[in-house]
Design a protein around this ligand. Structure first.
Ligand code: ADP
Ligand code: MG
Length: 712
């Protein structure tokens, strides 16, 4: 049968759909014909074998087939109805009953061949099934859809029945499968023993056996990972094109001086990260590197080394941080390190006065500022650099892919012609800048492969020496007195602490707000200095509070999650988290990482009286886990990939079938094959890769003019 439709046709015009169902299907994401093939069942039900009445056991759901011998509708009191149909297999009979479904009189005609699927019960000497599922075999030779096989069970929406959806998918597979082209070249398929696409789709929906279903699953998961990896590899290639204009030739001495003034010796992990970064920047190709290391492992100094190196080579560097509090801290730290070696720093945030902003913008443009530190303000349209050599994005998981790309594009922008460059011997850079990302949310291997497959990764595995494990306690309200006593004792010893609340002001009775907590604690600890910090305060106020905290004029800081990432006050040794049930594992780990940054013994106390089992599992697990890597793996299992990559990670393609944890083996295989493919045919121009190229375009992974690697 030939089809005149295309994959882009609306499902509305399929047989058995129409405008009403069309709306319901759209809720399930089924809009175009092409969507239907990839609307995967959640599971399959074994509706097999088909029995004779004498073979029924009544132990579990069973299929039984026969001819409708008699049937009838009984009207009962209060307008209720009972429909009854007797199936005979030639020897014995079974009857089905349905309450209040009078339309079955039309649906189940006398004499038709029907299969019931349900739990049989004895009634006297006869078998009966109450509300069995049924399938009418109008053509006895046609393939069964709802019975007598492994039957797919789909995710549903209200007002749409399993049977209706199954019927639609079955028809589409029967009538339109030939519209699909196999994106995987036959040679590769043969080598890996993968099914052909059309067969695999048929078998994933309506499998002949569990083994066939598994084979189909492997094939389709492979597709998904392979396509993602192909794009990632192409992107990596593109990124690594020669760019001699950002060659960093010398300047190691400046880096050594900077490291010498840090006040500590680098750990092995930090050393090799710095080496890898400098090596990348000396290659005449843009660096694209992620430094991952647990909270407190000392990533800032690695970023600082890279920034010093770019400045030493006559370029500018930009450092973007996700919060103003953290950006201010970095500005403070970097100025202290850089000003003595003659590298000028600037700071930019949305909250600054227009005049201050203008000043910073013009000095970035004329090259007067060598290192610009800021928040999202850095990706505002108006920021222009004279000669940008390096972009650092700190806590990169807090930014979307799009935001990182925009900042990177600043490297492409030449300054306006009217602006005379401060240093005429340095021509503006035309190519891409080097790119360095850091993250303290350790990324499990699977995610690193998928999301960051186009990045090189440096991992700092150890914490600086002399750190003690942070003691973590999950407690209820009844222990509050004890916790406050510990807090007071620590303050008496000269330490400081944080209290973190989920909200700024009271929106619900179930959570403590930072304003309420601050009032209470200021009263309880009236003999101490209690500070307040939240996102609605002005930039200058926040800065003042953080400075007071750093310089120990504040003993106890009551804060929202504005301190979640990056904040570094090594003297703080207790962090209390209110309503801990409201935070995810990764977030709790970040909050805990605000302490234990020095050599003192540190504590993390989670208050939660939540009774939810899911919360209990999470908090109990957190109490025992120290390593951010373990926590991230656990998080991936508990919550799926979304939470780890952060809500803002819009660039992460949603997986339709594959599972990052369970299908790691397939992912690794797909990555290897994608690498090989792109090495052979970097732009997928060869005729044998034509279908793959089309498939990538259809999925909008590949633009006709190039590729983005970002799924909109
Ligand atoms: P993170 O990796 O969380 O960004 P930071 O760079 O903020 O960590 O470093 C955490 C703290 O550890 C800072 O106070 C920093 O000065 C200190 N630190 C970093 N590296 C070392 C080291 N090698 N030895 C001792 N202290 C270090
Ligand atoms: Mg940091």
């Amino acid at each position: 049968m030939t089809s005149k439709l295309s994959l882009n046709n609306s499902v509305q015009y399929l047989r058995g759909v129409g405008p009403e169902r069309h709306k319901l299907l759209a809720r399930l994401g089924l809009r175009r014909l092409g969507d239907v093939f990839y609307f995967f069942p959640r599971r399959h039900e074994i509706r097999w074998p088909v029995k004779k009445v004498s073979e029924l056991t009544g132990e579990e759901k069973e299929c039984v087939r026969g001819r409708v011998a008699s049937r009838g509708l009984v009207r009962m009191r209060h307008g209720q109805t009972l429909f009854r149909a007797v199936l005979s297999d030639g020897q014995k009979a079974v009857f089905g009953t349905w309450f209040n479904q009078p339309y079955l009189v039309k649906a189940i005609p006398s004499g038709s061949v029907v299969t019931f699927y349900g739990k049989a019960e004895r009634e006297g000497r006869q078998w009966k099934m109450v509300h069995p599922e049924y399938e009418i075999h109008a053509d006895p030779d046609a393939e069964s859809i709802h019975s007598g096989r492994l039957v797919p069970i789909y995710p549903l929406t209200e007002d749409l029945s399993q049977k209706a959806v199954r019927q639609i998918v079955f028809r589409v597979l029967t009538d339109h499968l030939m519209l699909l082209e196999d994106p995987i070249p036959p040679a590769l398929r043969a080598r890996l023993g993968l099914e052909e696409l059309r067969t695999a789709l048929r078998q994933i929906h309506f499998p002949d056996s569990e083994a066939r279903r598994r084979g189909a699953y492997r094939r389709l998961v492979f597709d998904e990972f392979f396509m993602m990896q192909a794009v990632v590899q192409m992107k990596k290639n593109e990124f690594q094109k020669e760019a001699p204009e950002i060659l960093h030739a010398g300047g190691d001495g400046v880096v050594q001086r900077l490291l010498g003034s840090a006040g500590f010796a680098l750990t092995e992990g930090q050393k090799s990260a710095v080496e890898e970064v400098l090596h990348d920047m000396k290659r005449g190709r843009p660096m694209n590197r992620l430094v991952q290391g647990d909270v407190g492992s000392g990533k800032t100094i690695v970023s600082a080394a890279a920034l010093a190196f770019t400045a030493a080579n006559g370029f500018q560097g930009a450092l973007m941080a996700p919060t103003e509090v953290l950006a201010q801290q970095h500005y403070f730290t970097l100025s202290r390190l850089f000003e003595p070696i003659g590298i000028s720093c600037g700071f930019l945030a949305q909250s600054m006065k227009p005049r201050e902003k203008e000043e910073v913008l013009s000095r970035a443009l004329d090259g007067g500022i060598k290192i610009l530190v800021g928040t999202h303000a850095l990706i505002e349209e108006r920021v222009r650099f004279h000669r940008l050599g390096l972009v650092v994005v700190d806590e990169q998981h807090k930014f979307g892919v799009f935001q990182r790309e925009v900042l990177l594009q600043k490297g492409h922008m030449a300054p306006s012609a009217t602006q005379a460059p401060a240093d005429a011997s340095c021509p503006p850079s035309a190519g891409r800048a080097h790119f360095l990302l850091t993250t303290a949310t350790p990324i499990p291997r699977t995610l690193a492969l998928t999301l960051y497959g186009d990045l090189d990764i440096s991992t700092i595995r150890e914490l600086p020496g002399g750190r003690k494990p942070i003691q973590t306690f999950w407690v209820g309200e009844d222990r509050r007195g004890e916790v406050y006593a510990l807090l007071d004792a620590l303050i008496a010893k000269g330490r400081q602490g944080y209290v973190v609340c989920p909200l700024i002001d009271e929106k619900s009775f179930s959570s403590k707000s930072v304003l309420t907590a601050h009032k209470e604690l200021a009263a309880i600890f009236s003999h101490r200095n209690v500070g307040l910090l939240h996102g609605r305060m002005k930039g200058a106020e926040k800065e003042q509070v953080m400075r007071d905290f750093r310089e120990r004029r504040i003993d106890l800081l009551v804060s929202t999650v504005v301190i979640e990432v990056g904040v570094d006050v090594p003297n703080a040794s207790l962090v209390i988290v209110e309503n801990a049930e409201r935070f995810g594992l990764a977030q709790l780990h970040q909050l805990r990482g605000r302490v234990g940054r020095g050599s003192e013994e540190s504590f993390c106390v989670l208050f939660s009286d939540s009774a939810a089992a899911e919360t209990a599992e999470r908090l109990a697990a957190f109490e025992k886990m120290e390593s951010g890597f373990d926590i991230a793996e656990k998080d991936l299992k508990l919550r799926g990939a979304g939470d780890i990559v952060g809500e803002k990670q819009h660039g992460f393609p949603r997986l339709r079938i594959g599972d990052l944890v369970q299908d790691m083996g397939i992912l690794i295989e797909a990555r290897k094959e994608a690498e090989r493919l792109v090495a052979e045919d970097p732009r997928l121009e060869s005729p044998k890769n034509r279908s793959l190229r089309n498939a990538l375009r259809c999925r909008r992974l590949l633009e006709p003019r190039g590729f983005t690697g970002v799924v909109p």
